[in-house]
Design a binder for this molecule. Structure first.
Ligand code: ADP
Ligand code: ASP
Ligand code: MG
Length: 447
């Protein structure tokens, strides 16, 4: 018998009704032996995610503000689920234990992790699966760096003892046993690691959309689903903001050559998206692009200097400034006399004048301009490089939509074109690109 790892996200475990759907899905296929779960997410628009409420408790504690009411909301949701699912995991006692710990102001990571912990305990009981805690198995070093090989070995050994198990996502432990979480959305990573550890045939990622869509459905109405996508294309899209799957969930699955299948808990018969290793041959008539993704709130520092390309060490001197401030750089598009440094706005905010002074001193540019409130949009597709006219169509679409392009960077993978636009034009630009490539009208022309 094969093995499937099924990870269920926040909306798929948001309440008893969703957990019933989860059970039907798991029971429909005996190969779904290992289940990884998130903390309960939103049940409806305007609802709260348990993880957000847990972080809120921590913020209240840090500010010496009362947190009892927020914790009560968490308490009530878990107890209601236990009652509706007719299981007995001693939820009251588990919650009481956490409440006591809150009095000692534990770390944010510990507090946040409790959502997944309780969710997994509850769902394990409901499925009749073993509960296997991620603590001690998903391992980080002292500095918080994830230890892949060690974790794989520990998980393989432990899960080998359990025919069927539920593992909480999102967290693991430091060497001293203290809890450490991944970044937000990190249950996807746990799922991929578990899949790798048990040598799964497929890693199923169950969420609230029928697969990876060509654009964010909150921006483009009813975007087309992508039936197959390569790891590389997916990584570009995830990194650039398509939030369906955490970008770091891709590496562990890829390492073991495990296909990822994004599925919809609310539409379990939909085939979803398959993510696989090889570049995808798409048939005649398929869109040239695979997808569009982006994010707001970047800054661009545009640096001009006459004949800069001939000056040895110029770019290194500029980049060393950012290194001094420990600031990661997203992109460095350059021309003959210009180089732009694109970075997340949050990193620049506190240091902008110091950084500009230092660039002035180290590189003596002719001028430097800073553009704030920029959004980056990536148009991704493995077939793009080979098709002439892709860039022309993209720029024509944006021009017609009245969007000003502030920066262009063709990724060296030749699998994407990244543009910088103002934050305010973000949604308009994505809609325009989608329309141009996926639903080209008569007037737009095609390639
Ligand atoms: P989960 O809680 O199951 O992990 P997430 O909220 O993390 O789910 O991811 C699913 C959501 O990602 C969808 O509800 C959708 O709003 C959003 N999303 C953003 N970009 C895309 C895209 N390109 N395709 C599908 N969903 C997307
Ligand atoms: N519950 C965590 C979050 O909301 C992790 C996850 O759902 O993947 O970020
Ligand atoms: Mg998610």
């Amino acid at each position: 018998m094969g093995v499937k790892v099924a990870k269920f996200g926040g909306s798929s475990v948001a309440d008893a009704i969703q957990i019933e759907k989860l059970k039907n899905i798991v029971e429909a296929d005996p190969e779904r032996r290992y289940v990884v779960v998130s903390a309960p997410g939103k049940r409806f628009d305007g609802d709260n995610k348990i993880t957000d409420l847990l972080y809120l408790c921590k913020a209240q504690i840090d500010h010496n503000a009362p947190y009892g009411q927020v914790f009560q909301v968490i308490w009530d949701r878990f107890v209601a689920m236990e009652i509706s699912l007719k299981v007995d995991v001693g939820m009251g006692a588990l919650l009481e234990e956490i409440r006591e710990r809150l009095g000692e102001n534990p770390s944010a990571d510990y507090i946040a992790s409790r959502g997944e912990y309780l969710s997994a305990a509850l769902i394990a009981a409901y499925l009749g699966y073993d509960f296997v805690d991620a603590a001690g198995l998903v391992r980080f070093d002292k500095k918080g760096k994830f230890l892949n090989e060690e974790s794989l070995a520990a998980l393989a050994e432990e899960l080998g003892k359990h025919e069927r198990a539920v593992v909480p996502g999102f967290y693991g432990t430091y060497p001293d046993g203290k809890i450490k979480t991944f970044s937000r959305g990190g249950s996807d990573i746990t799922g991929a690691i578990v899949a790798n550890a048990v040598k799964a045939d497929v890693y199923e990622n169950w969420t609230d959309v029928s697969g990876f869509l060509m654009a964010d459905p909150r921006i483009v109405k009813n975007p087309k689903a992508i039936s197959r996508i390569s790891y590389l294309e997916l990584r570009e899209l995830s990194y650039m903001g398509a939030s369906v799957l955490h970008e770091n969930a891709i590496y562990p699955a890829r390492q073991a050559n495990i296909p990822i299948n994004i599925r919809n808990t609310n539409e379990p018969d939909d085939p979803g998206t398959i993510i696989e290793a090889d570049a995808i041959e798409r048939g005649e008539g398929a869109p040239v692009i695979t997808g569009i993704a982006g994010n707001k709130d970047f800054s661009v520092i545009a640096i001009y200097k006459n004949s800069m390309s001939t000056e040895v060490g110029f770019i290194r001197r500029i980049l060393s400034v950012f290194e001094n401030y420990n600031i990661p750089i997203e992109h460095i598009p350059s021309g003959v006399d210009t180089v732009s440094v694109v970075l997340s706005k949050k990193y620049l905010e506190d240091h902008v004048s110091d950084i500009l002074d230092e660039i002035e001193r180290k590189a003596q540019p002719d001028s430097v301009e800073v553009f704030d409130d920029m959004a980056l949009i990536a148009t991704v597709g493995s077939g793009m490089a080979a098709r002439p006219g892709v860039a022309a169509l993209l720029f024509r679409a944006l021009y017609r939509a009245g969007v000003n392009i502030r920066m262009i960077d063709q990724g060296s993978s030749e699998m994407n074109i990244i543009i910088g636009v103002e934050n305010k034009d973000f949604e308009t630009a994505i809609k325009a690109i989608y329309a141009a490539f996926v639903e080209p009208g008569e007037s737009m022309g095609s390639i």
